[in-house]
Design a protein around this ligand. Structure first.
Ligand code: HEM
Length: 475
């Protein structure tokens, strides 16, 4: 066990014994230290407030939970104190949340993330069954998925390194980590090959938040809805069809909401974990590089999940009654943001790890816990493991092209991800041929097909089109 769990105590009185959150939340969450030196920022908050700090999230006051045991306790919610329903938010009910608050559109999607009780159980049932064929490595769909990840990884590496000699420069975020899971997304959603490619291009425009992002998002939602509707009459071997088979009364609207959410989970969060893992290995402590050279890729992924959890801070929760957490009495309906990133820096968590151990703790919170815990963890880990494995097989040298403390992090209240990962590379003369590799596939003994490391993408392929769009591909 890590640290001691300090129970959150439901409180009988209705009025907090300190000024209300609104008058306490003066610290902006997103600031320069939060982006570039998060450990310093969280430690400052911890020293000033203890395990819970009042913060301003882009103009909206919220409690940020930064203690490990408090975060775990709230995630588990053993006493049923916590709600994820948007209508639990008192300030929103009272019309005090600005209509243009930047996170509102993401919250108002009202997917399973913002459900409780029986509604949540039903949607999670669909997710677990829908993902099972892709996460159970003895199943043909999982084997095929692993082969696709490996093939796309090889195509991307070939495309980003062709045209030069054995050495060169690349942005491993834009040219590798982010496009790779997007390509897998088309397969999971079961979109028709041609239309699927168009949708992936639009998803990229949407996630990149460029000038045409809003229009692209509309097209994506319409296309996802069309794909989901089609699955009700002609199911396939894909995620929406398996979810419908598990919960046949799932409406097209419900399924569409979940699939739109999966775009963020697969396209953005998984790409972020790939990128953060690569950065961790290249720039991190020797222990991580040792992990990779010893073939322990899942260990490298676990370490990256601890030091840079892609979901650094989670979407809000609201207590149904006044509840004491740390030094504060949180009023019913106050927004509470749990911070796995800060919890991982809590001495209650870090103190439990032996400094010289090559194994990192599995008790981290990067995948959440309790009734809302991540259901796609295996899938995200498999994609990340294969992506990192192929990269370190194909390149004999990878060095950051700028000092680690100057890496550009995205400015986001929830995500911890890099805007770019510029590297100088050297291609391996004789990269190991993988027939399943040391990573995900070989752990399960999955049947695999040997891949050629020189897999070159076709001229009009998705790989080439994406790389052309970001104007980084060499011709
Ligand atoms: C690296 C990538 C990912 C990370 C870091 C991640 C992390 C998380 C976390 C922290 C939660 C809990 C949120 C909360 O309690 O508020 C969560 C929930 C969830 N994740 Fe993931 N996830 C990732 C990828 C995926 C993928 C690829 C899928 C499936 C395609 C997925 C499906 C889900 C689902 C269905 C939930 C539960 C929603 C709920 O019940 O509220 N995740 N994830």
């Amino acid at each position: 066990m890590v640290g001691s769990v300090e129970p959150q105590t439901p409180h009988a009185e209705s009025v907090p014994a300190h000024p209300p959150l609104e008058s306490l939340a003066v610290q902006p969450l997103v600031n320069r230290d939060y982006e570039s030196r998060p450990a310093l920022f969280y430690e400052r908050l911890r020293a000033e407030y203890g395990p819970v700090a009042p913060v301003d999230v882009l103009g909206v006051p919220a409690w940020l939970v930064i203690g490990y045991s408090q975060t775990l306790d709230i995630l588990r919610d053993a006493r049923g104190v916590w709600s994820k329903r948007l209508d639990s938010w008192r300030a929103r009910r009272e019309g005090r949340v600005p209509a243009d608050w930047p996170l509102l559109p993401a919250f108002e999607v009202e997917s399973s993330v913002f459900r409780d009780g029986a509604e949540l159980t039903r949607l999670r049932g669909a997710w677990s069954e829908g993902l099972r064929p892709f996460q159970d490595r003895s199943r043909p769909q999982a084997k095929e998925l692993e082969r696709s990840v490996r093939r796309y990884a090889d195509e991307l590496i070939t495309a980003l390194s062709e045209g030069g000699g054995r050495t060169g420069w690349a942005d491993l975020s834009a040219q590798y980590a982010r496009p790779l899971p997007l390509m897998i997304l088309g397969r999971l959603l079961g979109a028709e090959p041609g239309r699927g490619d168009e949708m992936i291009m639009d998803i990229w425009r949407m996630l990149d938040a460029g000038p045409d992002a809003a229009e692209a998002a509309q097209r994506v939602t319409a296309e996802v809805a069309a794909v989901c509707a089609a699955k009700t009459t002609s199911p396939g071997e894909d995620l929406p069809s398996y979810m419908l088979a598990a919960v046949p009364d799932l409406t097209v609207e419900e399924l569409t909401r979940e699939m739109v959410m999966s775009i963020g989970l697969i396209g953005d969060y998984t790409g972020t974990l790939v990128c953060n893992t690569i950065a961790e290995v290249i720039a991190g402590e020797a222990g991580v590089r040792d992990s990779v050279s010893a073939g322990m890729l899942s260990e490298a992924v676990n370490r990256a999940a601890i030091t840079s959890p892609p979901m650094a801070n989670l979407t809000f929760r609201w207590p149904k009654t006044d509840v004491r957490v740390g030094r504060f009495l949180i009023a019913a309906g106050d927004p509470v943001m749990l911070s796995p990133a800060a919890a991982h820096l809590d001495p209650a968590f870090t103190g439990s790890m032996a400094p010289d151990s090559i194994y990192s703790s599995r008790a981290h919170l990067a995948w959440g816990a309790g009734p809302h815990a991540c259901l796609g963890r295996e899938l995200a880990t498999t994609i990340t493991t294969i992506a990192v494995e192929r990269l370190f097989d194909r390149f004999s040298g990878l060095r950051l092209a700028l000092p680690a403390d100057q890496l550009p992090w995205r400015s986001s209240p929830m995500m911890r991800g890099l805007r770019a990962l510029p590297v100088n590379y050297e291609l391996a003369e004789d990269p190991p041929q993988r027939s399943g590799g040391t990573g995900a596939a070989s752990r399960s003994g999955a049947e695999t097909t040997p891949e050629t490391d020189s897999a070159a993408p076709e001229p009009g392929s998705l790989v080439r089109r994406i790389l052309r769009m970001i104007r980084l591909a060499q011709s």
